[in-house]
Write a protein that binds this ligand. Sequence first.
Ligand SMILES: NC(=O)C1=CN([C@@H]2O[C@H](COP(=O)(O)OP(=O)(O)OC[C@H]3O[C@@H](n4cnc5c(N)ncnc54)[C@H](OP(=O)(O)O)[C@@H]3O)[C@@H](O)[C@H]2O)C=CC1
Ligand SMILES: CC(=O)N[C@@H](CCC(=O)OP(=O)(O)O)C(=O)O
Length: 342
Amino acid sequence: MAVRAAVAGASGYAGGEVLRLLLAHPEVEIGALTGNSNAGQRLGALQPHLLPLAGRVLAETTPEALAGHDVVFLALPHGQSAAVAEQLGPDVLVIDMGADFRLQDPADWEAFYGSPHAGTWPYGLPELPGARAALEGSKRIAVPGCYPTAVSLALYPAYAAHLAEPEAVIVAASGTSGAGKAPKPHLLGSEVMGSMSPYGVGGGHRHTPEMIQNLSGAAGERVAVSFTPTLAPMPRGILATCSAKAVAGVTADAVRAAYEKAYADEPFVHLLPEGHWPATASVQGSNAVQVQVAYDAAVGRVIAISAIDNLTKGTAGGAVQSMNIALGLPETTGLSTIGVAP
Ligand SMILES: NC(=O)C1=CN([C@@H]2O[C@H](COP(=O)(O)OP(=O)(O)OC[C@H]3O[C@@H](n4cnc5c(N)ncnc54)[C@H](OP(=O)(O)O)[C@@H]3O)[C@@H](O)[C@H]2O)C=CC1
Ligand SMILES: CC(=O)N[C@@H](CCC(=O)OP(=O)(O)O)C(=O)O
């Protein structure tokens, strides 16, 4: 019997991407689609690339609209998921693509999001040590942020193998879809096209505590993170360039071996051959992650670089991958590793 899935926030970028993936998922039947300001609109007017769903009309995001499904994806702004989730029964698999349930420390949540902490759910980054076991059979999943996905997959093997000092410096460029579909002046074409600019500099970005949580979990000690995000003139994609001082005695061969071991059996993470570098276009629309690692002997640092599609592996693909694990389906069901050019 098909898994019946509802999507709340179907008019947004994350909701649209999860629908694109679910349309290709052989075990899923798409049920209710809900919106907020766009409730009552036809999906064809909002997500014209989702042709098979063009005639569907968005309902209001209410418990009644979302009832009667096996899985509910929440693609809502931060702070909106908890109230909806608590009205869904304990037997429904609820997958939150927002931030509400990602962080373990309530103090981190309050410092970066400025509201009371709603709780912590199993974390939907299956590649992290121990994550798959927590997802199996779970009825609640917190999908990671897009930058923490890219950064954690670039750096965690170095920390899990105890090759790096507990302080990482990260600069990551994101496409504009990472900021959502709601109009904002800094996302105007005239602001973004032909220009790149950082934001959230100096520890202010709300993904910093999530990265610290993931890397510290791998290292077994607190890893400090300096994170600088950058808005790039492209619609989708993240390129994360991460570095950390190597511990004494580390060699280039030891670094390479740690990454080969970590990713030997991962279906979505591709450790590139030496001398090749991640590119956002290569993973566009795909759940794949490209990773490369190098040892810069001149400064004794491990340099790890990853590329993901922020909407696919960075959100909706990670959500579907985690859903597959929670439901006991093969993890790769309905997910592609085929990107576009170059
Ligand atoms: N974009 C990305 O790359 C990533 C996004 N995410 C997360 O996914 C979630 C959605 O982001 P994204 O799709 O980019 O954002 P969008 O702005 O594109 O979409 C937001 C969606 O939420 C609905 N919505 C807005 N306000 C409310 C409200 N008060 N109550 C209920 N629904 C509301 C909107 O409905 P309507 O249009 O009808 O008003 C729309 O469907 C966020 O939590 C974000 O952090 C996670 C990782 C990456
Ligand atoms: C380019 C851009 O603005 N990106 C967003 C991150 C989007 C994302 O994935 O994160 P959440 O799921 O936590 O919203 C930002 O920096 O806030």
